[in-house]
Design a protein around this ligand. Sequence first.
Ligand code: ZN
Ligand code: ZN
Length: 134
Amino acid sequence: MTGSKPFRATTQRAGVLEVVQEADGHLTAGEIFERVRQRDSRIAYGTVYRTLHLLAERGLIQELTFADAASRYDKRVDRHDHVSCRECGLILDVDVPIALIARHVAEEQSGFAVESHHTVFAGRCPACRAATTG
Ligand SMILES: [Zn+2]
Ligand SMILES: [Zn+2]
């Protein structure tokens, strides 16, 4: 490692954004921190965490909150849904048109003006299914 100079804040921000955009899946803040730290060993977890919030606020990435688990960060910022494996934790993107109907039903039942919605379909991924059936 030659980098003895600490990165400027804007560089750190770009580094965090890059890690999210290069990732295949949906990383937690902790996983993103581990990857960012490989490039900038001086970066603090708090900095990465705050940067993720900032990037999500600006619409550059999407923060996904799951009821019983850590937030995940998604490079896709358009509306989409997810399937989640309860065995290995794999999360994949799916586009489910029925979710649009669900939004209207939610508005009708609650009187809310719904601004966002996100459906998580939980189950077992093909690899986990193969591991137990094969
Ligand atoms: Zn799985
Ligand atoms: Zn996604």
